[in-house]
Design a binder for this molecule. Structure first.
Ligand code: BGC
Length: 468
């Protein structure tokens, strides 16, 4: 196939994946407005879930806590020691969640968590610390009723475990712990965004927001309690934390602007990915941003290029099952892109043949596709961060000169080549920062902190009880 056919295909892809500036502005405005609607209504496009975290840590909290952190890929069990002055120590074990559990019974997942807690307690130095209170980080949408209770609203990240939707997360874990005769009290249930935010506040009280860019994507921020008018009871503290669940942005029509039918700049690849996914029609913003999905978008493009005769199957195509959804992981795409940027073109050729199952594909063509997909993810994330910042400026909770410090975590942010740098630049660009001005929105890496946040949530709540 002639080079010009590939070049024209790439050009077309570029126009599909590039979000025009006006569209970014429109999305930012609508995101901000939907964020505000979500604080007043329970059925908004953005869920804006109240977290019942009424006591933000101030860095002085101390104590030892057991933590369990269930994400979309891994389960981490830890012993966290808060030392005060924003310092901490952690000992942790990590295990991958078996694929079979992800589409089995929901109770199986909680039993898996309990089983791994039991194993962790077998370390003699951990056992010696018992009894311990447990902070549970659960990285899925939950409607909380208190700090230690909340109903599962649904699964995400291609997990589809049965029979537990609407049930109390803590009750399910507590039952599994009791059936193993483990006398452990779950004292806090938090989302991973909330854990990351609390941990970073523990280290630096100026932190106002957190974002996860990992298997899934979501954000949390500190809100004035009086702005959350959708809950009937009086919140007992001036500030609390909102779990935005931003993955659902664009799933329904904008209440603020119902005439906009295509809020998200979805391509045919996004539509196909969503159609084939386990939660079709849901989490469509997340599906354009997060690590669970970027590799799959890349795979759909590769398969199309093969069908169009622009590139060819290599001898590894069948063995790597490239025709199967999710056979190319974002980690592999990221690795390829990194090797390309380091100019090791020979290695790139080898990866395209052996991992992506294609031959005759120029490395610069595949790397351009990686760039388009990852750059669009960065732009959409920048829309979310800028919207939250605008909301806080608008509601008078933050002044223009204040630093807006955002804690970020997740493998995409930590490991995808240049992602963190590009995101910081985009955010400043969207803030209209002039060359000689300082950008007030500062993104800070908060690596693997959500368990620390779970511990800080318990410690801060305890401290409040004592001082009362
Ligand atoms: C979940 C969020 C979570 C995010 C990051 C999303 O799929 O809905 O609750 O915070 O992933 O893990």
């Amino acid at each position: 196939m002639a080079d010009y056919a590939v070049a024209s295909y790439l050009k077309d892809l570029e126009s599909q994946f590039t979000i025009p500036k006006d569209k970014l502005k429109e999305m930012t405005l609508i995101f901000k407005n939907e964020l505000e609607i979500g604080l007043t209504k329970i059925d908004g496009m953005l869920k804006d879930l109240p977290t019942f975290v009424y006591n933000l840590p101030d860095g002085s909290e101390v104590g030892k806590f057991l933590t369990a952190d269930l994400g979309g890929t891994n389960l981490r069990i830890g012993l966290v020691e808060l030392l005060g002055s924003g310092e901490f120590k952690i000992k942790k074990d990590s295990v991958m969640i078996p694929e079979a559990l992800k589409c089995g019974s929901g109770r199986g997942i909680f039993s898996f968590v309990a089983e791994n807690i039991e194993k962790f307690l077998e370390h003699p130095e951990i056992e010696a610390e018992l009894p311990l209170k447990l902070g549970f980080t659960f990285s899925f949408p939950v409607k909380q009723e208190s700090l230690a209770h909340g109903q599962i609203l649904g699964w995400s990240k291609e997990i589809e475990a049965r029979d537990v939707i609407g049930q109390d997360v803590v009750g399910l874990l507590q039952q599994s712990l009791h059936s193993r005769n483990l006398d452990i009290a779950v004292e806090a249930l938090i989302n991973d965004t909330v854990g990351t935010l609390l941990a970073q506040i523990y280290r630096d009280p100026r932190t106002k927001m957190s974002v996860i860019l990992g298997t899934g994507s979501n954000a949390a921020y500190v809100e004035k309690s009086c702005n959350i008018t959708k809950i009937s009871h009086q919140e007992p503290s001036e500030l609390t934390v909102i779990n935005i669940e931003w993955g659902s942005f664009g799933d329904t029509k904008s209440e603020y602007n119902p005439n906009i039918s295509n809020l998200l700049p979805s391509t045919k690849y996004d539509l196909e990915l969503d159609f084939e996914s386990k939660n079709s029609g849901k989490q469509r913003f997340e599906k354009m941003i997060s690590g669970m999905y970027l590799g799959e978008i890349f795979r759909l493009i590769i398969v199309e290029m093969i069908q169009l005769g622009l590139i060819h199957k290599s001898e590894h195509f069948e063995a790597m099952k490239i025709n199967r959804p999710y056979s190319i992981k974002t980690k592999e795409m990221s690795n390829f892109h990194e090797i390309f940027l380091s100019k090791n073109y020979e290695k790139c050729e080898e990866i395209s043949r052996t991992k992506f199952g294609v031959s005759g594909a120029k490395s610069e063509v595949l790397s351009k596709i990686c760039e388009l997909i990852s750059l669009r993810s960065c732009h959409l994330c920048a829309v979310g961060i800028t919207s939250v910042h605008r909301h806080l400026l608008n509601s008078g909770d933050l002044s223009k000169d204040h630093l807006f410090s955002v804690a970020l975590d997740g493998a995409l942010y930590q490991k995808y080549p240049n992602y963190s740098k590009i995101l910081q630049n985009l955010v400043c660009e969207m803030e209209n920062v002039e060359k000689d001005e300082v950008c007030r929105v500062v993104l800070v890496m908060a690596e693997d902190l959500s368990s620390i946040g779970a511990a800080a949530a318990i410690a801060a709540a305890q401290k409040k009880q004592i001082t009362n």
